[in-house]
Design a protein around this ligand. Structure first.
Ligand code: TLP
Length: 347
């Protein structure tokens, strides 16, 4: 059975071109620095985001964790949004494994953090306090509707970080969605940061992997951190080969996903009892709320749509996120809107 899967863009499986590149990849032991395909991917990745160097890691979570553990020591503090992925959805890795203290400040509706909130959270030098070391931004901001953070905003935070002797890391899991939506190169969005992580395994369809990018010296240290995390991979060129195809062929098309997401939102907003958030959706995600008075819950929608071979997932009983990606076509958009409308119209 063919499912239309809207749960995430992480569900994307590799394209035929990726499978063939994987089958033919030249490989070596990457822990010895001998995998030419990984080396090529790392060079391409660094270039795309305008950084000196890059490191291939198993996941976005590992990329962010390796970044934080390399930037910080035990007892250091990072400032990040209260709805950031690193704070909410990375199993507390920075504190569990790094002894790093997360200091949350409010994310605004557009995923930004007010610069004055960042400044207000910076610790004075005092033996009572953790040491503020790093600011973490997320672009696009997942929990804020997949909203891209603009170039000016990121520059402002970069300047603020430098003024206060702090570093800036960007969780750019979907940085290319941001770049395409804003019509700016990813390198411009990354320029104010010291480091950035981006994912190959989401909208870009590669099966596995993310890149942590930064200065040559930072990446040299991060390579050791990755080893400590058990992330030194051997013939990883098999995976990197798909990543190269992803970077070469899957970035420019992300605008198609954004267009379909807008079409999806336009269909959903017509359905009584549904309130689309962040409407029109800025990138590839559509968040919506159900009016509790309709008697429907997200669980009942999930069940109703499963009978139409459509997979959905929920944030809570009244809030849902649908994600558009390469394997979602126009027909799937039409089917999900029709399916949700039908389910909502049942007494
Ligand atoms: N996000 C996943 C889930 O974990 C929620 C999703 O379906 O959106 N940063 C951001 C902004 C992310 O959205 C994700 C994954 C990650 C990091 C982690 O990437 P992976 O899953 O590769 O560890």
């Amino acid at each position: 059975m063919e499912w239309a899967d809207f749960r995430s863009d992480t569900v994307t499986y590799p394209t035929p071109a990726m499978r063939s590149a994987m089958a033919q990849a030249e490989v070596g032991d990457d822990v010895f620095g001998e995998d030419p395909t990984v080396a090529r991917l790392e060079q391409m990745a660094a270039k795309r985001v305008g950084m000196e160097s890059a490191l291939f890691v198993a996941s976005g979570t590992m990329g962010n964790l390796a970044a934080v553990l390399t930037h910080c020591q035990r007892g250091d503090e990072i400032i990040l949004g209260h709805r950031s992925h690193t704070y909410l959805h990375e199993a507390g890795g920075v504190s569990a494994l790094g002894g790093v203290h997360p200091r949350t400040v409010p994310n605004q509706d557009d995923g930004t953090i007010e610069p004055q909130d960042i400044v207000g959270a910076i610790r004075a030098l005092d033996d009572h306090f953790p040491t503020t070391r790093l600011i973490v931004l997320e672009n696009t901001h997942n929990m804020s509707g997949g909203t891209p953070l603009g170039v000016n905003y990121v520059q402002q935070v970069g300047t603020l970080a430098r003024e206060h002797g702090l570093r800036l890391h960007i969780d750019g899991a979907r940085i290319f969605n941001a770049a395409v939506a804003l019509g700016r190169p990813a390198s411009e969005l990354a320029a104010p940061a010291d480091t950035i992580t981006f994912c190959l395994s989401k909208g870009l369809c590669a099966p596995v992997g993310s890149l942590l990018c930064g200065s040559a010296e930072f990446i040299r240290l991060a390579r050791r951190t990755r080893k400590q995390l058990g992330g030194g991979m051997r013939q990883a060129g098999i995976l990197a080969a798909a990543g190269i195809v992803a970077l070469e062929t899957m970035v420019d098309r992300l605008g198609e996903d954004h267009q379909r997401a807008r079409r999806l939102a336009a269909g959903l907003r017509e359905i009584p009892g549904i309130q689309v958030e962040h409407d029109p959706p800025p990138t590839n995600m559509v968040y919506f709320r159900l009016d509790p008075l309709t008697g429907m819950t997200t669980q009942s929608l999930i069940e109703a749509l499963a009978s139409r071979s459509i997979r959905l997932t929920a944030r809570n009983p009244y809030r849902m996120r649908l994600v558009v990606h390469y394997w979602i076509d126009d027909e799937a958009i039409q089917q999900v809107v029709e399916g949700i409308a039908a389910a909502m119209s049942k007494p």
